[in-house]
Design a protein around this ligand. Sequence first.
Ligand SMILES: Cc1cc2nc3c(=O)[nH]c(=O)nc-3n(C[C@H](O)[C@H](O)[C@H](O)COP(=O)(O)O)c2cc1C
Length: 196
Amino acid sequence: MKYCILMGSPRKNGNTAALLKPFTEELAACGHEYDLIHLYDKEIKPCTACRTCQADWSAFACRFSDDAAELAEKLLACDVIVLATPVYSWYCTPPMKALLDRMVYGLNKYYGEKKGPSLWKGKPAALITTCGYPPEKGADLLEEGIRRYCKHSQLRYLGMLAERHMGYQTVFMDEEKERHAREFARKLCGKEESRA
Ligand SMILES: Cc1cc2nc3c(=O)[nH]c(=O)nc-3n(C[C@H](O)[C@H](O)[C@H](O)COP(=O)(O)O)c2cc1C
């Protein structure tokens, strides 16, 4: 299985990255491949609702020539999508939001004169996040938004791993968080294996 991990933190050595380390180690231990893509390194323009993409039901077909086309190809080619983002103002970070907007139009051909297909229908997607509030108050709105995004796009939502950051003067990672990250990876692997 090939996992496509969209990494939405600007901090490459930050909390979300620290949580991804044991997660990806465990994916590899389960025999899976993964592509870890740092969205802050990519150019992802915001969607302008021009709906050019709706004229072509076979491809992403956005009029912008930035990195979103390459990311759409990676998303279509992978077996599992992982959205990894810190919570910023109760949602994901800006490049991930821009990407989600570009994909919700480019890959869901729902917005033309006739309703067309979802090009990524059935693909599994999971969420990994870190936040300052306890997850039930920091990550609840993000999870609900992603859950609805998946339903709308006909993706299969697999669940969320959310861990709390107690402040910049504290050490984020501990044994419990590492265990949770490994368990989450194994849960995803198990779900995928049980489906096969
Ligand atoms: C601009 C900004 C906005 C934030 N907004 C929230 C928020 O709405 N809710 C929350 O629980 N934490 C919020 N946080 C805290 C981060 O989610 C938390 O520190 C996270 O672990 C940072 O992850 P990183 O090290 O991967 O960037 C915010 C942090 C920043 C920098």
